[in-house]
Design a protein around this ligand. Structure first.
Ligand SMILES: *Cc1c(COP(=O)(O)O)cnc(C)c1O
Length: 461
């Protein structure tokens, strides 16, 4: 295709073509290269230690340096054998959408600054609520990740719980405010505690509820809640994948605000095979999930979902709340950020390209891979410590202390796969999260082979 570009932007189109070419070459090898960056690639990062250039550089030279030194020093999370954290890769359409949206350079502040950015977030919001089985009037805020989504929802909860007691926390802050109670499972994610700290509620206030062997809140031991209480439930434990008994928790809420951290686990709602694990979750007040985990969008994509859009608006609006909320409120008034990227574009592209069936297959296939992995590990003499109900596997074995970190380190160094050590109920273990659309059955077998080929580590190796 022949086209000419006005002068100031020719360099941009050239840079884009160069970047696309280099990115394609990167992806062509990422599936089979070492998952962890190789030692010489890490040493190569020293090449970035240079004085700040005085004269301008040709963008092509800047990109060449970035690719030569940077690409080898990445962790191959875009391939099929990264099982760390609970994150996936990037779906093809979501990757392309990010590139296109980068060229658009939209600031999704309001529909005046980005009509398309706002529109796609509205469309994605409708699709998401439908897929996740949540009430259609809920608001969805597009933030950087589940940490900020927890922060956003808990800010709304703080507002609502104090407003009931006649306290305007937005104006008065917490100086002299009535006390709130917080009930959380002892397995609550660290970022929920971080959100409480950032909100000035603190963590000392948490009344921890003991959990069962899978990490689920033992509802029988949950303290009685009241209308000044925030209850923090979890859909998808980062180790076991188990979800709290949310229906029972909601039934005992007694006027409390129930928040569900489902950073990856909430996506279980998108498949009939796993949805029942979340029973009752739709009765909560707020929910959190990530695009950049199981949905496989690029990073910086978290979702703050709330049944009470007015409470989100009250906590996040930059003007006096006028309570024109939900679908109508400007994005800047529903999330912490003022200026931000068009995150909904990637969510929209992921959902549009997958369709309902594709998303269900993504959930079902990764869960099946997790079961295959667990079977293979059992065959090698590992004990599987969790019920493999989702995409998570926690495996242990009787071995000298330090074995889990030694095994994970040895396999990482082999370049064959990437998973990490963990501690589960006092036992050393290795933890796998099968979250990437790119993982194949062959990747699971190759990972099992790499583990089988790793000799038992000596004690404290
Ligand atoms: C990953 C995770 C978080 C934090 O999410 P980020 O997107 O990394 O901010 C919170 N809660 C749970 C259960 C998680 O798995």
């Amino acid at each position: 295709m022949e086209f000419t570009v006005p002068d100031p932007l020719t360099q941009s189109t050239t840079a884009l073509a160069i970047a696309a070419d280099r990115a394609a070459k990167y992806l062509a090898t990422v599936h089979d290269r070492s998952v962890a960056a190789a030692p010489d690639a890490l040493a190569g990062l020293g090449g970035f230690d240079m004085p700040m250039p005085t004269a301008p550089n040709d963008p092509a030279d800047t990109l060449a340096l970035l690719d030569q030194l940077g690409s080898p020093a990445t962790t191959a999370t875009a391939g099929g054998r990264f099982f760390g954290l609970v994150v996936g890769g990037t779906l093809p359409a979501a990757l392309g959408a990010r590139v296109l949206a980068s060229a658009w350079d939209q600031v999704v502040f309001s529909d005046a600054t980005s009509p398309v950015g706002v529109k796609l977030e509205q469309v994605a919001t409708g699709w998401l609520l439908d897929l996740l089985g949540l009430p259609a009037h809920c608001s969805v805020g597009y933030v950087t990740g589940a940490t900020m989504a927890n922060f956003t929802c808990l800010a709304a909860a703080r507002h609502a719980l104090l407003e009931r007691q006649g306290w305007d926390v937005q104006a008065k802050g917490l100086w002299g405010a009535p006390r709130l109670r917080v009930i959380a499972g002892e397995q609550a994610h660290v970022t929920v505690r971080k959100a409480l700290s950032m909100l000035g509620i603190g963590t000392d206030v948490i009344e921890y509820v003991p959990c069962d062997p899978q990490g689920r809140i033992d509802v029988g031991r949950m303290p009685e809640a009241d209308a000044a209480t925030l209850i923090l439930a979890q859909a998808g434990n980062v180790n076991s994948g188990a979800s709290d008994p949310i229906a029972d928790i909601v039934a005992r809420a007694n006027g409390a605000w129930v928040h569900v951290d489902g950073a990856f686990g909430l996506w279980a709602a998108a498949s009939p095979a796993t949805r029942s694990q979340l029973a009752g979750y739709d009765g909560a007040d707020s929910w959190v999930t990530d695009g950049h985990k199981w949905l496989n969008t690029p990073y910086d994509c978290g979702l703050a979902i709330c049944r009470h859009p007015a409470a989100i608006h009250a906590a996040m609006a930059t003007q006096a709340p006028y309570l024109k909320v939900g679908g109508d409120a400007a994005p800047k008034d529903m999330v912490p950020e003022f200026s931000r990227s068009a995150r909904g574009v990637e969510i929209w592209a992921a959902l549009h390209s997958l369709g309902r069936e594709g998303l269900r297959d993504l959930i079902d296939t990764t869960c099946r891979h997790a079961r295959t992995l667990a079977e293979g590990l059992r065959a090698q003499g590992f004990e599987i410590l969790n019920d493999v109900v989702l995409n998570q596997v926690v495996a242990s074995r009787p071995a000298p202390r330090g074995w889990a970190a030694a095994l994970a380190g040895a396999v990482q160094r082999s370049g064959e796969a990437w998973f990490g050590p963990t501690t589960w109920r006092g036992r050393e273990a290795v933890r796998f999260s099968v979250s990437s659309w790119a993982t194949t059955e062959a990747d699971i077998q190759r990972t099992l082979a790499a583990i089988a080929a790793t000799p038992d580590a000596p004690a404290d190796a």
